[in-house]
Design a protein around this ligand. Structure first.
Ligand SMILES: *Cc1c(COP(=O)(O)O)cnc(C)c1O
Length: 382
């Protein structure tokens, strides 16, 4: 057995671009269309293990046309961001969770795994090299896209004996440039995003291509995003590419915050985990942490949610809020859900449509991400 090398940040080589790009004005940025000067690449092979990481000018990859990624969708990705704080320093938000999820996706594809702290170090170095691309305007950030692809040149379906890990980065404006707006959803009972025993809990590219056509169908019917529901009970799973949250009155001033439990059909979102942790801290009387504007009596549930429950709660006036969470927009409120030919109306407030619960998370998460408020060890200096 050859001894295979682990991922090693000390072997990093850096080749700087000779043609630095002009910095794009933040106002002109379209999500994911502008990239920084450099990228990180690391090759892996079954024989040698992880090779020396390279930071080099951003540019096209060369792939054999028989590479497994091009035939069998041997691909996984992550989504995270670098934020600039008031002192001008760059920060990551809970990168350990992205690394953990990336390794779990890698296992699902029979790809090699790696030490997440080492990749975080390499990502930090890439952010340092392209630091000028991290916007300093409020709400703007640098989107980071770690990716792994199977590069074995063979049409045989089998383990990827060669893999390329790469990281590219894209400066992004505030997700909703003209201010946050609530969205409309169409509950998809025909097309399914994830199912028991499937791969929906992993960030595999193969899960996303098939979501585009249902999205276009929803748009044709006048809805902005798909609410993915599953099975005969119309179990609610996710909102587009976001995790689902709802808030409901329990009476006596108590509010329940609910989201579907993790498992085969739910992507374990970093934002989802953060919202739950903040909500539990708020609900714990022995913890001094409080979410402003959120009722003290907050019951936090990870449980099944089905469309008939939401419809009934909207009818009897106990449904308070519905929203999606994810790294891109943080919190997106929902104003109506098309279901069985009618709209389930959700109360919305103000311009962003945020109710008190969603609004509190939207504010607090940004404070933590941009380093103006501390919570646990979530914000990590680059
Ligand atoms: C990435 C993703 C999310 C959100 O995850 P975050 O880590 O919070 O960005 C939710 N649902 C799906 C399907 C996703 O792909």
């Amino acid at each position: 057995m050859p001894s295979v090398a682990p991922l090693d940040a000390s072997k990093l080589t850096v080749e700087l671009t000779k043609q630095p790009k002009e910095l794009p004005p933040t106002s002109s940025l379209v999500f994911g269309q502008t990239f920084t000067d450099h990228m990180l690449t690391v090759k892996w092979s079954l024989e040698k293990g992880w090779q020396a990481p390279e930071i080099k000018p951003y540019g096209p990859l060369q792939l054999d046309p028989s590479s497994t990624v091009l035939h069998y969708a041997a691909e996984l990705f992550e989504g995270m961001k670098a934020y600039r704080d008031k002192q001008g320093r760059c920060r990551l938000f809970r990168p350990d969770l992205n690394m953990r999820r990336m390794n779990s996706s890698a296992k699902r594809l029979a790809f090699p795994t790696f030490d997440g702290e080492v990749l975080t170090e390499l990502i930090k170095e890439l952010v340092r090299v392209d630091e000028r691309f991290v916007p300093d305007e409020e709400g703007c950030s640098l989107y980071i896209r770690p990716t792994m692809i199977g590069t074995r040149a063979s049409l045989g379906v089998g383990p990827s004996t060669e893999v390329l890990l790469f990281v590219i980065m894209s400066p992004v404006a505030k997700y909703y440039a003209s201010g946050a707006k609530p969205v409309s959803l169409l509950a998809s009972t025909k097309d399914v995003r994830a199912w028991p025993g499937g791969s929906g809990a992993y960030k595999l590219g193969a899960n996303y291509g098939p979501c585009v056509a249902p999205q276009l169908e929803a748009a044709q019917q006048g809805y902005q995003q798909v609410l993915w529901v599953l099975g005969e009970d119309d179990e609610v799973t996710e909102v587009g590419m976001m995790n689902f949250f709802g808030a409901k009155d329990l009476g006596n001033g108590a509010v329940e915050l609910f989201t579907p439990p993790l498992g085969d059909i739910i992507l374990p979102g970093v934002t989802r985990d953060s919202v739950l942790a903040l909500a539990r801290a708020h609900a714990d009387p022995s913890n001094p942490f409080r979410l402003e504007g959120v009722p003290d009596k907050l019951v936090v549930s990870e449980r099944r949610v089905c469309m008939p429950e939401l419809r009934d709660a909207a009818r009897d006036g106990t449904l308070r809020e519905v929203y999606g969470t994810g790294t891109a927009a943080i919190v997106t409120s929902v104003e109506r859900i098309g279901y069985e030919g009618a709209d389930v109306q959700v109360p919305v407030e103000g311009d962003g449509g945020f109710g008190p619960v969603a609004g509190a998370f939207y504010d607090v998460l940004q404070e933590i991400q941009y380093g103006s408020r501390e919570f646990a060890d979530w914000s990590v200096l680059v």
